[in-house]
Design a protein around this ligand. Structure first.
Ligand code: A2P
Length: 336
């Protein structure tokens, strides 16, 4: 690990005009991250746009191979193809890269980090640190404290994923389709293969030969790395829902040791970055509308799973643009 010891840092943001990029800048600002110099990078389409950061207008520049001279930290949120090509260039130019794509997450030389769980892994970096998949991140915020208490073996889960996870174009697509329905005009489906308004799509990401999607398998693959649990098993169905912001996940988890709801609630109430909202008699439980815009993820509906031994069922919601992307990335930078 190259030590990063400065009073303030030269920061590049790749994908600064995107859904995650905008959140990243807001999180840097809100958490008072010591930024000495900010370089905002996007495609040629965005050159000349101005984005306000701490009251100053910063011009967006075109991402180029030589964009990373004299940068300390480069955040990447512009998709896998851009990361594959430009992350190594940024690292070679001397920046530590925090990458939000899935390209490097399974690379054994690249730590995959959630600060609440395996923050110490940051010390092993060789210039690139990977940020986890958003659905995995939201789930692990609740699952990991339960694992520490009871020892998780496997989970069965279904996700309810917001369109902002797909990016700015998907947000616009849902808006268009909602408006079109009110006007009785046709819904235009370009980003997703089917209309997303008033619908749910049992497909997030592309299908693998075994019938799961890539997104679904990230829970097991990334969960193993982040929790340091090579035997962790996860059978997941990922579903896109017509929600603008915040993912939710219904989880049934099987543990090695006996569980109790009281103990589980106690553990979850004390977990960092997590709020327990679990008063079913008063209709209190996590929901995306209430999780949106919040740093903390929310967990509730905690109950004994009636179909397995040592099983707990729970429901977790979290702002995937924050904990699943921008917030986690900035927390990694803070660890650096
Ligand atoms: P741009 O706005 O110029 O297209 P989102 O996930 O919300 O769709 O955002 C994707 C981000 O990735 C945007 O900032 C977008 O910039 C950026 N991006 C997409 N393609 C490229 C590219 N070829 N070079 C640099 N940035 C890109």
């Amino acid at each position: 690990m190259r030590p990063l010891v400065r009073k303030s840092y030269r920061i590049a943001v790749v994908g600064a005009t995107g859904a995650v990029g905008a959140e990243l800048l807001a999180v840097l600002e809100r958490r008072g991250f010591p930024v000495a110099n900010l370089r905002l990078l996007a495609s040629a389409r965005s050159v000349g746009k101005k984005i306000t950061f701490r009251g100053d207008d910063v011009r967006v520049e075109e991402l180029r191979e030589n964009s990373f001279g004299e940068m300390d930290i480069a955040f990447f949120s512009a998709g896998g193809d851009i990361s594959r090509k430009f992350v190594p260039l940024a690292r070679d130019a001397g920046a530590v890269v925090i990458d939000n794509s899935s390209v490097f997450r399974m690379d054994p030389e690249v730590p995959l980090v959630m600060p609440e769980i395996n923050g110490a892994d940051v010390a092993d970096h060789r210039g690139i640190i990977a940020n986890p998949n958003c659905t995995t991140a939201v789930t692990l915020m609740a699952l990991y404290p339960l694992h520490l208490a009871f020892g998780v073996r496997r989970i069965f889960a279904s996700s309810y994923q917001a369109v902002s996870g797909t990016g700015a174009r998907a947000i616009a697509e849902l808006k268009q389709q909602v408006a079109a329905a009110h006007l009785n005009s046709p819904a235009i489906a370009e980003v997703y293969p089917h209309p997303i308004a008033f619908n749910v799509l049992p497909q997030v990401d592309s299908f693998l030969p075994d019938g799961y999607t890539k997104e679904e398998m990230k829970m097991q693959h990334e969960g193993r790395r982040i929790m340091h649990l090579p035997g962790f098993l996860a059978s997941v169905t990922c579903v896109r829902v017509p929600v603008y912001r915040a993912h939710s996940v219904a989880v049934s988890a099987e543990f090695a040791r006996p569980v109790s709801v009281e103990e589980a609630r106690d553990v979850l109430a004390k977990a960092p970055g997590l709020d327990l909202l679990d008063e079913p008699a008063r209709n209190i439980y996590p929901m995306p509308l209430q999780a949106a815009g919040k740093d903390n993820c929310q967990v509730g509906r905690v109950r004994l799973d009636c179909a397995m031994q040592n099983g707990l069922a729970f429901w977790v919601s979290g702002d995937q643009l924050l904990k699943g992307a921008a917030l986690n990335a900035v927390q990694i930078a803070e660890l650096l």
